[in-house]
Write a protein that binds this ligand. Sequence first.
Ligand SMILES: Cc1cc2nc3c(=O)[nH]c(=O)nc-3n(C[C@H](O)[C@H](O)[C@H](O)COP(=O)(O)OP(=O)(O)OC[C@H]3O[C@@H](n4cnc5c(N)ncnc54)[C@H](O)[C@@H]3O)c2cc1C
Length: 295
Amino acid sequence: MIAGALDYRLPETVREATEQLAVEPRDTCVIGGGTWVVPWLASGERTAGRVVDLRRVAELRAIRATDDGVLFGATVTYSDLVRGDTSAGPLRLLALMARGVTGGVQIRNQGTLGGSFVAARPSSDAPTALVALDARAVVRGPGGERRLAAVELLAGAMRSALAPAELLTGFELPLQQDGGIGYVKLKRGASSWPLVTAATRLELDSSGRLEAVRLVVGGATATPLVIDVSTVLGSQGDVAVLAEVERRTSAAVVEPYADVLADGSYRAAVAPVVARRAVAMALADARRDRSGERR
Ligand SMILES: Cc1cc2nc3c(=O)[nH]c(=O)nc-3n(C[C@H](O)[C@H](O)[C@H](O)COP(=O)(O)OP(=O)(O)OC[C@H]3O[C@@H](n4cnc5c(N)ncnc54)[C@H](O)[C@@H]3O)c2cc1C
């Protein structure tokens, strides 16, 4: 139970939500799905005099194709992605990620991608997948709208770069060629939190050589790490590609993240293996695509 009275606001438009947030931003708490913030308010870990609950803002729950890609709202849930039409395009990787989120149907139905992103927990699934897709975050505040690379919204472990009066309204995903995707995470048990995650998307040319690859590792450092694997471009042999992916990931994790679930040396040691598995999965997926098996 939340002790004390709250000024509870239930806006129906983004404009109303930003206006209500701007009244007293430092004393206001935004609720997306509330799976984190409501328990925080109940336990006293977070205090606020006002809350702005986004559940009735239909435009924040929408997913639509644009000329440049896909735009989806901050309150899109994991279940929206799992149930939606995600057979092609950038949403395919998000749906693959969303299917693996633990916590059961309640968390998948209520937890939002925007809430996960703003909470900025290093080993959360959504930030890694969104950064791998080169997502741009759309942010609305009293000064208007701004767009920035989603990774720039993550200021550190559990710290977003949103100003107190700003609302995350959604993400833009650029158009991408079909190719291969991979999403892999390491966790201690089936229902536990991820420790380290890796998301990748890649393209093969007509002779099966790697033409483009983007690899992001989460949970190994405070914010998702984009691994430079450009040295594998043009390669064809999986053994050499995967060995290079491991080497590059190992070299990139210089300041590993540590928490009660795993210390930094463990995360640094497993990150290359998780990255390797994600790339192997994406290579197999890309080959299924080329052979027509995926359609
Ligand atoms: C039992 C359990 C299991 C879980 N398992 C996993 C798992 O396997 N993988 C994983 O990644 N996550 C997992 N989670 C976490 C889950 O993904 C998050 O709780 C959820 O995504 C957060 O979204 P939310 O909308 O509920 O956030 P909320 O609780 O509503 O908000 C979280 C934070 O973001 C802020 N916020 C929310 N929306 C906005 C917005 N649009 N603009 C500005 N600020 C905003 C809030 O003020 C708050 O600070 C689990 C959680 C639980 C409880």
